[in-house]
Design a protein around this ligand. Structure first.
Ligand SMILES: [Zn+2]
Ligand SMILES: [Zn+2]
Length: 380
């Protein structure tokens, strides 16, 4: 027996059970004899059944993967890829699944379902991102209806057993097929599968068991959050239909741009422009950092594009503590308008330094760190 069951189902050898099941269902729908009675297709249908019988059963799959033939080994398949032996019934329910949805879910379905997750955007400034904060937010979600406590029935009334399906939530039908008599079930049309009907829905929630409500929540924002960080508040999302358990609420952080600092990870960057003379002579620049006023020490002889790092003055690391750095980039401004006196002094300086006819030094086109950083910020 050299049948390649993986090839028959069109899946890779490392396919998961889920992938195997999906592949089988797809093929079963396509090749089912009721849909496609052509004998060749029926042969193929038997093949995919055999393949699925082996690959969906971990024990048989293992035997097969080791080179054995589980179908003849346990006699279940009789003639190899022959129809529906011992494992046939398992396949059968999967075939039914393929046609009628999840047949495993039997009996009336609950009116109560888990609610959906909700998301809310929250704008914070850089300072709040750096050190964390506490915010009151307004949330608008479904909550359990107080009038009916989520049951959906008007006060004084209650849900009643559906008389069409007698509470089973499904109605059955017997049909003949090549497999013999087949009983198929579908959700009861009168109660939509709930097994109960609500004759008098709650006037407050129209029978949904929940109403929309606005409330205020206090959210703790940890230090170090960034644009797009989501904070999960378990159980603060939408209450489900029938007053079902609520989903979660996600607070998505949007960090407002700062007028001076640009954030890259947990580091902050800013640029200070100083005149040429200050760059040559050295100076101190006051800078309002997140931690208050600090003096930036510009050393004599600073070049345009150099930077001064202030360690630990950036954003708190969200995990692990500690803080990023604040990096001050220095841009040196060359004076563009000189009055006669200034020009005379500069010419004198140039003469003293022997720079009246300086020979510039050319280097292969390399950009300074500063312009590269700027490009990175601008996304170029
Ligand atoms: Zn209600
Ligand atoms: Zn019913």
């Amino acid at each position: 027996m050299a049948t390649d069951y993986y090839a028959v189902l069109g899946v890779r050898r490392d396919a998961s059970q889920d992938e195997i099941k999906k592949a089988f269902r797809r093929l079963a729908r396509e090749l089912h004899p009721d849909v496609n009675p052509d004998p060749k297709t029926q042969e193929r249908f038997k093949e995919i059944n055999a393949a699925y019988e082996v690959l969906s059963d971990p024990q048989k799959k293992q035997v097969y993967d080791l080179g054995g033939d589980p179908l003849s080994a346990n006699g279940g398949g009789g003639g190899g890829a022959g129809g529906f032996g011992a494992g046939g019934f398992g396949n059968f329910s999967d075939i039914m699944d393929a046609f009628f949805g999840n047949a495993a879910q039997r009996g009336p379905r609950s009116r109560t379902r888990r609610g959906q997750d909700a998301m809310i955007r929250l704008e914070i400034d850089l300072n709040e991102a750096a050190f964390g904060t506490t915010k009151d937010i307004q949330v608008d979600t479904a909550v359990v209806c107080n009038t009916c406590s989520g049951e959906g029935a008007a006060p004084g009334t209650s849900a009643q057993t559906c008389d069409m399906c007698r509470g089973r939530g499904e109605v059955s039908q017997v049909t003949r097929s090549f497999l013999g008599q087949v009983m198929t079930s579908r959700p009861c049309p009168q109660c939509q599968g709930f097994g109960t009907v609500v004759p008098t829905p709650c006037p407050e929630c129209a029978g949904d068991g929940r109403i929309r409500s606005r409330r205020t929540l206090t959210v703790k924002i940890p230090a170090g959050v960034d644009n797009g960080t989501r904070i999960q508040l378990a159980g603060e999302g939408e209450v489900g239909p029938g007053g079902g358990p609520p989903g979660d609420l996600y607070v998505e952080i949007h960090e407002l741009p700062h007028s001076v600092f640009q954030r890259r990870g947990d580091d902050l960057h800013c640029t200070v422009t100083i005149p040429m003379t200050a760059a040559a002579l050295g100076t101190k620049c006051p800078l309002e950092t997140l931690d208050g006023l600090e003096e930036i020490d510009i050393r004599p002889g600073t070049q345009s594009g150099q930077s001064v790092p202030l360690h630990g003055r950036g954003i708190t690391h969200l995990r692990g503590g500690g803080r990023g750095d604040l990096i001050v980039h220095v841009e040196v401004i060359t004076p563009s308008k000189l009055d006669p006196e200034q020009e005379r002094l500069l010419r004198e300086l140039a003469k003293l330094r022997g720079e009246e006819r300086p020979l510039g030094q050319f280097q292969p086109g390399q950009q300074g760190l500063f312009s590269r950083l700027k490009d990175a910020f601008n996304g170029r």
